[in-house]
Design a protein around this ligand. Structure first.
Ligand code: 9Z3
Length: 336
């Protein structure tokens, strides 16, 4: 709350404004006091089936989270706060994981980019621009695009035929948290064969249901002052319990390059997972840094590679697969 408003009781204060900062809620209390959003269990059962299908084939499975979460400000939501992410990182990575032989659980923000279709959605072209009508009235793909489309279509159909991709969506941070717990717990049955690739941009702050207005906030109430509670850091239980034994990769997004590596390393020390991929908002498509407790390695694309359309995920995923190989071998050695 701003000083002026706090000291002048005659000024209107919205229902959302709180006088003192609320203490951060722990993850156990969060899950105890919030009911699971509808659809969580149905999605969980679809994922159970997918995992057991691939467990029989002894195939590795990766959970890719992708896109940004929203934080609704009203129960009947008109307004919400959003986190930045188009879903490019997650959708692109999912394709390269499939190419590397993994089955992919793609947990994404509704309407953000998806594997394969990403080549044609959210682009400068409307999908109709890829079509043409022949002299006989038949509808075909414009030959300018057909080579590329044939290649993408082939990969998409193969992924579908081999049941290598399942997609489930979230919108709010609450839906994200409940799905994440459900899916990681299910995937942990694969132990070291599971990889967790947490690329979604997750809100750090939210309005808990008991502090949320039922109806649309009225502008007639004056300035809107918001105080948001902290979202519980679920990466603690994720590493410790839900996904234990799997290879866990989180992303760190910063805008100030000078804090990227220290903050990535601090996350590793705190949560004790295997790898943080650090990226800077403005250069995220050209350079990322693979940070472990021991070292850090940049993956960088040259200007020429960028101009040729090389995607940085085509370098990130093979690097991760090699790390995951080593993780599996190391765990097998320990077990002997
Ligand atoms: C990322 O850092 C992703 O690489 C991007 C991808 C969101 C930058 P796009 O989808 O963008 O290609 O447009 N994801 C994680 C972002 C995040 O919120 N990280 C938190 C943090 O940095 C930890 S969960 O503290």
């Amino acid at each position: 709350m701003s000083k002026d408003t706090a000291s002048d009781p005659s000024l209107p204060v919205m229902e959302l404004a709180l006088p003192t900062p609320a203490p951060a809620i722990g993850w156990e209390e969060y899950f105890r006091t919030n009911p699971p959003p509808s659809g969580t269990e149905d999605a969980g059962q679809r994922i159970d089936k997918f995992i057991s299908f691939h467990a029989k084939a002894n195939r590795r499975v990766v959970l890719v989270t992708s896109g940004g979460t929203t934080v609704p400000l009203e129960k009947n939501t008109v307004r919400f706060i959003d986190n930045f992410s188009a879903g490019t990182r997650g959708a692109t990575s999912a394709e390269y994981f499939i190419e590397a032989g993994y089955a992919v659980i793609f947990m994404h923000r509704q309407f953000s980019l998806q594997p394969y279709s990403r080549h044609y959605t959210h682009s400068k072209n409307c999908f109709l621009d890829y079509m043409q009508v022949g002299p006989d009235g038949s509808l075909t793909v414009d030959p300018k695009y057909s080579d590329h489309m044939r290649e993408v279509l082939g990969k998409y159909q193969k992924a579908k035929q081999d049941n290598l991709l399942i997609m489930e969506s979230f919108v709010t941070v609450e839906e994200y948290l409940f799905l994440l717990r459900r899916f990681t717990t299910a995937l942990s049955t694969l132990r070291e064969n599971a990889l967790y690739y947490l690329a979604a941009a997750v809100s750090d702050f939210f309005v808990p249901p008991d502090k949320m207005t039922e109806h649309k906030i009225q502008s007639s109430g004056g300035c809107l002052e918001l105080q948001l509670d902290q979202v519980p850091k679920v990466i603690y239980p994720l590493v410790d319990t839900w996904a234990s034994r799997g290879f866990i990769v989180s992303f760190k997004l910063e805008t100030d390059p000078s804090i990227l590596i220290p903050k990535s390393r601090r996350a590793l020390e705190r949560y004790k997972h295997q790898l943080v991929i650090g990226n800077i908002l403005s250069t995220r498509k050209r350079v990322v840094t693979m940070v472990t407790l021991e070292d850090e390695q940049d993956i960088t694309l040259s200007d020429q590679e960028l101009a040729e359309g090389v995607e940085i995920e085509s370098r990130i995923i093979p690097d991760l697969v090699a790390r995951h190989d080593r993780w599996i071998k190391k765990s097998a050695k320990h077990a002997q």
